[in-house]
Ligand binder design. Structure first.
Ligand code: TA6
Length: 275
């Protein structure tokens, strides 16, 4: 089954496209320039994840804490969400989506939950995801907003704001500590035990992107570099230079326990500045 076309949103200086499938913010351009990266040739097949934009990883991240969960990154990104509201004002458009067990029955069987996702596009981007336990049974989940940023050349990009933070290097399996800004010189797949604010400097594009988060314990930084790009069937061999994932989430030991009646939100904001 082929996906329905994404919704096209014009708001102030912004143009965006969002799929109901996965509540997937696919394209966001500011003043005609892409802020989010999308793969040149994406699958539009239902059941397959889209590569690029902002996939939602829920209720687990990667293979989950047990290391054997499938599909990778959970069900949210391959499920059909319901658009419940769209509010347009002069410079901003806000869309609200929901996901319920009926939409993703394999996610957290036996639990009753509601996920609400607000996407606000304007001169900046604001994403807010709230998970609510609306049942009697407690559960826990991992979550990440797996944002793909478009960059001029990832080899010249630097990320400030993680200096001194501990991280799990998923390439080596070792735990390390960041010194100075993050730069990308090889396959990079790191889960930092810090979130809040990072600043991405992109000399090629002459811009800085500020990412501010709330309700997240982790920042994930990912670039597949050469060999991993070649190994991924849905990734162009040379496309790794133009993207960098800066994700916010609660993953691994920071998975969120949610008792009956509890709710928990994570927000992710993006502002672009031209120095
Ligand atoms: O967030 C980084 C990561 O977990 C990497 O390990 C890599 O697998 C990436 O996500 C992409 O995952 P995907 O399932 O979309 O191929």
């Amino acid at each position: 089954m082929t996906l329905d076309a994404p919704r096209l949103v014009h708001a102030g200086r912004s143009v965006a496209e969002i799929y109901d499938y996965g509540a997937h913010l696919w394209r966001w351009e500011l003043d005609g320039e892409a802020v989010l990266w999308t793969i040149r040739q994406t699958s539009t097949e239902h059941g397959k994840p889209l590569r690029g934009g902002v996939p939602i990883c829920w209720p687990w991240f990667g293979p989950g804490r047990s290391g054997d969960l499938t599909p990778a990154h959970g069900f949210a990104r391959i499920s059909d969400w319901t658009l419940t509201e769209m509010v347009e004002s002069s410079n901003t458009t806000a869309l609200t989506y929901t996901l319920r067990p009926v939409d993703a029955p394999q996610a957290l069987p036996g639990c009753d939950w509601l996920v609400t996702y607000e996407v606000s596009v304007g001169d900046s981007l604001q994403l807010t995801l709230t998970v609510s336990n609306v049942g009697e049974v407690a559960f826990s989940y991992e979550l990440a907003l797996h944002t793909y940023l478009a960059v001029g050349d990832v080899r010249h990009v630097s990320v400030a704001g993680l200096d001194g933070a501990a991280y799990l290097d998923k390439v080596t399996g070792r735990r390390e500590r960041q010194t100075g800004d993050v730069t990308i010189t090889a396959e990079t797949d790191r889960v930092y035990d810090r979130s809040g604010e990072v600043l991405v400097s992109d000399p090629e594009r002459g811009r800085r992107t500020r990412i501010s988060t709330q309700g997240a314990a982790n920042t994930v930084v990912w670039n597949p570099w050469i060999a991993k790009s070649r190994a991924m069937p849905d990734f162009g061999d040379d496309e790794w230079t133009g993207m960098l994932c800066i994700e916010a989430g609660n993953v691994l030991e920071n998975a969120v326990p949610l008792g009956p009646g509890d709710s928990r939100s994570l927000s992710y904001a993006v502002e672009v500045a031209v120095p």
